[in-house]
Design a protein around this ligand. Structure first.
Ligand SMILES: [Zn+2]
Length: 196
């Protein structure tokens, strides 16, 4: 089995897990920033995570893996490959998670939903809903990382290869802002004033 420590080590090694003082897309501040694309750009890492997730669902007779685009596509594919089943994805159309591109599921088909990171569980839950509406039976959900501290409820049994307890907080109550540590917006090289 692939341990949580090894998973996080591989994120750190590839620059996919940064520790510091960050402004997240939501505007909240955190001491940890994850950019899964940086670890998943390496096929051996993606394959290793895919196999590890697949191990949790060997007995579920999964017929199809479904992932919310874009973040879930690569890891969903690797899980599907490890299970020997097909891989499809859902995407938002006018805000609503939808099966497009001619992807179809049979009534009662056993589907596993896979995402890269679960933060609130929102996109996994929306994908579960979209598949149920299409008639599928969703047998579980999985992600490489759970950054909800195990709290995200997606309405089906859920596993993660590593769970992080990293609160994202409003700038007004951010300890590092209070200490005057400049916050970084990942993706740009600029630091952001804590006053903004
Ligand atoms: Zn801050």
């Amino acid at each position: 089995m692939l341990g949580a420590g090894e998973v996080l080590e591989s994120f750190r090694r590839t620059g996919a897990l940064l520790e510091g003082h960050f402004v997240l897309t939501s505007g909240l501040h955190s001491t940890v920033y994850l950019q899964c694309a940086l670890v998943l750009q390496h096929p051996p890492e993606a394959e290793r995570f895919g196999r590890a997730i697949a191990e949790h669902f060997r007995v579920e007779r999964v017929e199809t893996v479904a992932a919310p685009a874009i973040g879930g596509i690569v890891i969903g594919w690797e899980v599907a490959r490890a299970l020997g089943v097909r891989s499809l994805w859902t995407e938002r159309v006018e805000g609503r998670m939808t099966l497009r591109r001619g992807f179809q599921v049979r009534a009662g088909e056993s589907v596993l939903v896979v995402e890269d990171v679960v933060t609130t569980g929102g996109s996994t839950r929306e994908t579960v809903d979209a598949l149920r509406e299409a008639g599928a039976r969703v047998v579980g959900a999985a992600s490489i990382i759970d950054r909800s501290g195990g709290r995200a409820d997606v309405g089906v049994p859920r596993v993660a290869l590593a769970t992080l307890e990293v609160p994202a907080v409003a700038p007004a109550v951010c300890t590092q802002c209070a200490q005057g540590v400049p916050a970084v917006k990942p993706g740009s090289r600029k630091t952001v004033s804590s006053q903004q």
